[in-house]
Design a binder for this molecule. Structure first.
Ligand code: SAH
Ligand code: MG
Length: 218
């Protein structure tokens, strides 16, 4: 928890209800310990979608389709989502949820994101990175390649319950590799010329990056 639970509870108490099928899916995910986006992140995404109106969205990390379906509800009516998942137990659940509620606007690509990203030929207005945190740094070059100018990249769970800010010696040995990789990712996002990035301590910590024009002045 990176923000005091009292404040999170208060913020969440103001959330509007989701469409009933999404409320159900959220409950199902919480009961079965599928790590879906938190309430405060849901409203952040909704707001961003209404502001930016991205027509082509790419998601890395579908799980059972909750965030993809939430984005579908708030993106433009002619928008399309492509989402990637490799975990064979979650794929059929996501597929069934998309068949029931996806309105034919969500495409699920099955397999490891590294390989699938490398093969993508389209370009996207928004990317939602929400997969294995230790791999974000590896995904980044391909993600940049498929981002249009002015596209937004949102990366979820970057502050790792706050441990990202601790020294590597304060995190358990088991977590040191992921700690180092996430720090590298954060450094790249905030220092590379192609992106402007804001780190937002919402949910489990996110980054919001915008791809600049080629000349880097716009
Ligand atoms: N975005 C979802 C939650 C995603 S949880 C939501 O908020 O509803 C992260 C998912 O990423 C997991 O289901 C995991 O299986 C998947 N994942 C992790 N690493 C991956 C990889 N390299 N390629 C594809 N999927 C991956
Ligand atoms: Mg997440």
């Amino acid at each position: 928890m990176i923000v005091d639970q009292r404040y999170v509870d208060y913020i969440n108490s103001l959330e509007k209800e989701l469409p009933p099928y999404l409320e159900e899916l959220e409950q199902y995910a919480l009961q079965t310990e599928v790590p879906i986006i938190r309430k405060e992140m849901q409203s952040f995404l909704k707001t961003l979608l209404k502001m930016n109106k991205p027509k082509q969205i790419l998601e890395v990390g579908t799980a059972i389709g909750f965030s993809a379906l939430l984005m579908k509800e708030f993106m433009p009516a002619d928008g399309q989502i492509t989402t990637i998942e490799k975990y064979e137990k979650r794929i059929p659940v996501a597929r069934a949820n998309f068949e029931a509620h996806g309105d034919g606007r969500i495409t699920l690509l099955e397999g490891d994101a590294m390989e699938i990203l490398a093969g993508l030929t389209g370009s996207y207005d928004m990317i939602f990175m929400d997969a294995a945190k230790g791999q974000y740094i590896n995904f980044l070059p391909e993600v940049l390649r498929v981002m249009k100018t002015s596209a937004v990249l949102i990366s979820d769970n970057v502050l790792q319950e706050g441990s990202i800010a601790e020294s590597r010696y304060a995190v358990t040995r088991r977590d040191r590799t992921i700690h180092a990789r996430m720090r590298e990712y954060m450094y790249e996002l905030t220092h590379m010329n192609e992106l402007i990035t804001s780190i937002v301590p919402i949910g489990d910590g996110i980054t919001m990056s915008v791809k600049r024009m080629e000349d880097n002045n716009a």
